[in-house]
Design a protein around this ligand. Structure first.
Ligand SMILES: [Mn+2]
Length: 253
């Protein structure tokens, strides 16, 4: 065994920051029913445990594709007020929503084709049709989405770190230090990341790319089980060196 190989093997098991338990929840995509089920499942587990040291992280992509993004945001917004230990990371779909709200027409037209149409419908709007004038639509959208929700979403961070775990929506660019990752990679990474086997300096916990079950590798953990169409929302609980998987099941989309 090479010297380097020895060190690779000998690296101790990844762990959370001392005394911290973290639940990370995968892409919700317009399924408040499943989000509610997951909060209930976590609460049942936490009943006899110390809530003060528990952090809950939504991995991003609360909106789009699924049937009820408006109610998903409402549920999360209300929860956030009761739970200071709930943190939502920005997903690429929130990025598209926020850019569309600012009047970026190219972004808006692209967003309509990747799940944004379902989101605007959940806010009571007709999706923008190709060739239709974008400006009146943007003004309607700005009226439909509550201003305090927009400010709240603008404040969602791109990443969160605890001990050896690095949480972000999509992934990272391998070969670049975790602290130096670009916004675009954190929100959109897929090719070049999913199959990379290098150690990234932390275990990257992410959503964004759908897998049938939670995918646990040495250097990354994928949580997106395609809730909007599978009816399966997944989460992982990290506590010291322990990792547990939680899933809730509802109707498939
Ligand atoms: Mn997603």
């Amino acid at each position: 065994m090479s010297f380097l190989g020895f060190f690779k093997k000998a690296r101790s098991a990844p762990r959370t920051a001392p005394g911290t338990r973290i639940y990370a929840i995968g892409d919700v995509h317009g399924r408040p029913d499943l989000m509610q089920m997951m909060f209930d499942a976590i609460e049942r587990r936490e009943d006899e445990l110390d809530e003060a040291r528990t952090q809950i992280i939504m991995i991003g992509d609360i909106v789009d594709r699924g049937p009820n993004s408006r109610d998903a945001l409402q549920l999360l917004f209300d929860r956030q007020r009761q739970m200071p230990n709930l943190l939502t990371l920005l997903g690429n779909h929130e990025e598209m929503l926020l850019r569309s709200l600012r009047g970026d027409e190219a972004e808006l037209r692209g967003w309509m084709t990747v799940g944004g149409a379902e989101t605007v419908a959940s806010f009571g709007l007709e999706p923008l049709k190709p060739g239709e004038d974008a400006l009146p639509f943007v003004l309607d959208l700005q009226k439909a989405v509550p201003r305090d929700w927009v400010e709240w979403m603008h404040a969602w961070p791109l990443m969160y770190q605890s001990g050896d775990y690095f949480f972000c929506h999509a992934g990272i660019k391998p070969g670049v230090a975790l602290a130096r990752q670009h916004r675009r990679d954190l929100l959109w990474a897929r090719e070049g990341f999913m199959d990379d086997e290098r150690w990234h300096g932390g275990v990257v916990v992410h959503g964004h790319t759908i897998t049938e079950t939670v995918e646990i590798r040495e250097n990354r953990i994928g949580l997106d089980t395609g809730a909007y169409r599978s009816g399966v929302l997944s989460a992982a609980c990290f506590d010291g060196t322990d990792v547990d998987i939680l899933t809730v099941r509802g109707e498939s989309g």
